[in-house]
Write a protein that binds this ligand. Structure first.
Ligand code: SER
Length: 319
C-alpha cells in the first residue's frame, strides 16, 4: 500500500474491530486510529492514535499530512435514536465530516475513501420486503436524511471529480467487543447481556418487528472487501445494499432459548419502534454479491452462539 490508513471514529462499535482487523492485515504502524475519545486498551496499545473531532477539517488534514495517509475510513456518525434527540448536532457531525474527507480526496490529498451508509436511508414509502438497490427513498429520521444526502454527495464527487469513494448500507450490526451507541437496532445486542445476567429482557421494539441485521465479522469482511476490490467492479458509487440476516425480537429470543432454555422476553416498545417501523424488513443485496462477490458467513444460530460466548467471557474477565 502506498500510504497509510486513517480511521476516523476508530473507538466506536465498528471502528474498534475494523481498526484491529486492518492492523492485523496491513501491519500496526500502517493503520492510524483516531477518535474524539480514547478507545479500549487493545486499540490504544496496538498502533498510532490521534485525538480528532471529525468536524475539524484542519486537524484531519494535519494528521493526513503527518502520517502520509492515502485511505480514510470515516466511521464517525451520530446514530438514529440519538440523532432524533439532537437533530442539528447530528446533521453537522454526519455531513461536515463527510465533506472534509470528500474535499481532501477531490484535492488528491487522499486516494480512497470508505463511508458507511445505512438501512436508515429507506422510509415508510420504500418496499419493505427484499428492498431493491434502487427504489423509493423517503427517510423520516434525521440520521436517515443525513445518510441519504451523504450518498448523493458521494456519487456526485465520484462522477464530477473522480473521487474513489466506496460505501455500503449497513444493517443493524451485532457485536460484543465495543457497545454501540444510540441505534434503533441495539436491542439485538442488549438482549444477550440481559439474557446472561438476568435471563430476562424487555425489548424496546415489538415482537414482530423484522429488521435486517449482520454479525460484526461479516460487516468487517464486507468493508475491507469493498475497499480492496478493483475499481472497475464498483459500479454503485452512492452506496450498496448489504444483507445477511433478518429477524424479529421474537425470533431472536427463540434462538437464545435454544441455548438458555429459561430465558424470557417481554415487550415495551418506545420511540424507537416508530423509527424501526419505517425501515425495511429485508434487503436485496444481489448487486453487491455480483459486483464485488459479497458473501456472508454467519447465520442466526451461529451469531447467537458467538454472542453468548463473547459476552460471557467479558463478564468473566470483569469479575
Ligand atoms: N444500527 C443503526 C441504527 O440503529 C442503523 O444504521 O441507527
Amino acid at each position: 500500500m502506498a500510504g497509510k490508513i486513517l480511521i476516523i471514529g476508530a473507538c466506536g462499535q465498528i471502528g474498534t474491530e475494523l481498526t484491529l482487523k486492518l492492523r492485523e492485515n496491513y501491519g500496526n504502524e500502517q493503520v492510524v486510529a483516531s477518535d474524539i475519545r480514547e478507545g479500549n486498551e487493545e486499540l490504544m496499545q496496538s498502533g498510532p492514535f490521534e485525538t480528532i473531532d471529525a468536524t475539524d477539517g484542519r486537524l484531519i488534514e494535519t494528521v493526513i499530512d503527518k502520517y502520509k495517509v492515502s485511505e480514510v475510513y470515516l466511521m464517525a456518525a451520530m446514530l438514529s435514536a440519538t440523532a432524533e434527540k439532537a437533530p442539528m448536532k447530528a446533521w453537522n457531525l454526519n455531513m461536515d465530516s463527510l465533506f472534509h474527507i470528500l474535499n481532501l480526496a477531490k484535492d488528491k490529498k487522499i486516494k480512497k475513501v470508505f463511508w458507511p451508509s445505512s438501512i436508515a436511508v429507506f422510509g415508510p414509502t420504500t418496499p419493505k420486503e427484499q428492498t431493491p438497490q434502487t427504489t423509493i427513498m423517503e427517510p423520516s429520521t434525521v440520521y436517515g436524511i443525513s445518510k441519504q444526502t451523504g450518498e448523493r454527495w458521494c456519487k456526485y464527487y465520484h462522477d464530477k471529480y473522480g473521487v474513489d469513494v466506496r460505501s455500503m448500507r449497513y444493517p443493524g450490526i451485532i457485536s460484543y467487543k465495543t457497545l454501540p451507541g444510540g441505534g434503533t437496532t441495539d436491542y439485538a445486542i442488549e438482549i444477550f447481556h440481559e439474557a446472561l445476567k438476568n435471563k430476562t429482557y424487555t425489548s424496546f421494539l415489538s415482537e414482530n418487528t423484522s429488521l435486517p441485521m449482520m454479525y460484526m465479522n461479516d460487516a468487517i469482511k464486507a468493508t475491507i472487501d469493498i475497499m480492496e476490490a478493483p475499481t472497475e467492479t464498483i459500479r454503485v458509487r452512492s452506496s450498496y445494499n448489504l444483507s445477511a440476516l433478518s429477524f424479529t425480537p421474537k425470533i431472536l429470543a427463540e434462538a437464545i432459548k435454544k441455548e438458555i432454555p429459561d430465558f424470557k422476553i417481554d415487550y415495551a416498545p418506545d420511540f424507537r419502534q416508530e423509527i424501526a417501523g419505517t425501515w425495511p424488513s429485508s434487503i436485496d443485496d444481489s448487486q453487491a454479491r455480483e459486483d464485488w462477490r459479497w458473501e456472508h458467513d454467519f447465520d442466526l444460530q451461529s451469531v447467537v452462539k458467538e454472542m453468548l460466548a463473547g459476552v460471557k467471557a467479558q463478564f468473566a474477565a470483569k469479575i
